[in-house]
Design a protein. Structure first.
Length: 136
């Protein structure tokens, strides 16, 4: 996990939450990877905001800490990865709709409205969907 400094403003934090939640809604990022990213983003902000949608994603992150994602996957045995990937897929299938509701709420709450995609600080992301997005 890379260490990043806190965002300078609440607006920067909100922009990042909206960016990640939008990528999750679009299928560009898996729900576990995205939940982890949003959780880290929020904690780095030091804003103290604890809304129910954020807390739900904290729960997802907590329930899925045992799944290897990102560079950490290179340290795992291939067969063990196959098993964990299968378990991850089942978890994401069970939680997907609840996570999507939380993401829509976060985008609605922190987004700048329907023209958000024209904001130069907002990015919809470019990575592909599927297992690649689940294991950045």
């Amino acid at each position: 996990m890379k260490t990043e400094p806190p965002f300078n403003t609440v607006a920067e934090q909100e922009t990042e939450i909206v960016r990640v939640a939008s990528r999750m809604l679009g299928g560009d990022v898996g729900i576990v990877a995205g939940s982890r990213e949003i959780t880290r983003t929020h904690f780095r902000s030091h804003s103290g905001d604890r809304d129910k949608d954020y807390l739900f994603l904290v729960g997802v992150e907590s329930e899925t800490q045992h799944f290897p994602l990102g560079d950490f996957r290179s340290k795992w045995d291939t067969q063990a990865l196959v098993e964990k990937d299968s378990e991850l897929t089942r978890y994401e299938d069970r939680r997907r709709e609840q996570v999507m509701v939380a993401c829509r709420n976060l985008v609605s709450r922190y987004g700048k409205g329907p023209n958000q995609s024209t904001d130069p600080t907002f990015s919809s992301g470019t990575s592909g969907a599927g297992h690649q997005s689940r294991h950045p």
